[in-house]
Design a protein around this ligand. Structure first.
Ligand SMILES: C[S@@+](CC[C@H](N)C(=O)[O-])C[C@H]1O[C@@H](n2cnc3c(N)ncnc32)[C@H](O)[C@@H]1O
Length: 254
């Protein structure tokens, strides 16, 4: 069942924390390690001595690669269980706080205007409302501070509203899209106390949220899926042609 996005607020992944932390493992899932984290690091370009905030950090897999670059890492997530997991596994690489990215808590580790960089790694589509999340990130940043966002490509990967098809006549695998402009709250993982949701919004919603928060978009990267062993030429072409992930980078205007 799809839900109108306006009625749904973002939810902690606490109820599915065990499953999610198991899926990502200590260093992130295969998608994290090979595509999403490298893309995030490329868009954020963290430097030694910088102060970086990760909103919707989950089990904290971004902390080690940020710490390896000599930057200071603070992760925030709504889920107390995922934050406990992050502290247990990655506590040496950063600080982790329970908090709502759409309404950040006042905390000594989260000084407003104190960060050189902020990011959402595969979390922005699980956080609602979007404008409040982007505004929070912008408030954390110094003037000239950078924001990096990595997400499923909203133009091609709309949960339950997109998929693959096969054109027999042309021998061509194509991407099919059943809806795009309508914002949606799509149920994803069911659990005892409800369902986690993914929030689909068209690309313009992200660009406009950045602009409303006083941020200028400075780069976009779109990347295809990983090659699978034994896949056909048509599969390979389609995986490389239709992006899986979208990376955005923006800078806070002075
Ligand atoms: C798909 S997980 C991504 C976690 C992590 N960035 C990663 O790549 O492994 C999405 C995360 O967003 C968190 N989340 C959802 N709404 C949130 C909010 N309003 N504030 C902070 N975190 C939120 C969930 O608890 C969950 O951990």
């Amino acid at each position: 069942m799809k839900r109108n996005i306006n009625r749904a607020r973002s939810q902690s992944w606490d109820a599915v924390a065990h499953w999610y932390a198991g899926w990502t493992g200590t260093n992130g899932s295969r998608y994290h390690r090979t595509l999403a984290v490298p893309l995030l690091l490329e868009m954020l370009d963290p430097q030694a001595g910088e102060h970086i905030a990760d909103l919707g950090c989950g089990p904290g897999i971004l902390a080690p690669p940020i710490a390896e670059r000599g930057a200071r890492f603070v992760g925030v997530d709504l889920s107390p269980r995922l934050i406990a997991e992050a502290r247990k596994i990655h506590g040496r690489s950063g600080r982790f706080l329970v908090g709502d990215a759409t309404h950040l808590p006042v905390h000594v580790e989260l000084p407003m205007g104190g960060f050189d960089g902020a990011c959402f790694l595969l979390s922005i589509q699980d956080i609602n409302p979007l404008d409040a999340a982007i505004a929070s990130a912008a408030r954390l940043l110094k003037p000239g501070g950078r924001l990096a966002i990595v997400m499923l490509h909203p133009c091609f990967r709309v949960p339950r509203q997109s998929g693959w098809g096969w054109d027999e006549g042309r021998g061509l695998k194509f991407r099919r899209l059943d809806s795009y402009l309508t914002p949606l709250a799509v149920p994803m993982q069911s659990h005892g106390s409800g369902t986690t949701r993914s929030y689909h919004r068209p690309l313009g919603a992200y660009v406009n949220a950045l602009s409303m928060a006083g941020m200028a978009l400075t780069g976009i990267r779109e990347i295809g899926d990983l090659p699978m062993q034994g896949e056909s030429k048509a599969d390979r072409r389609a995986a490389g042609e239709f992006p899986l992930f979208l990376g955005l980078k923006a800078v806070k205007l002075g």
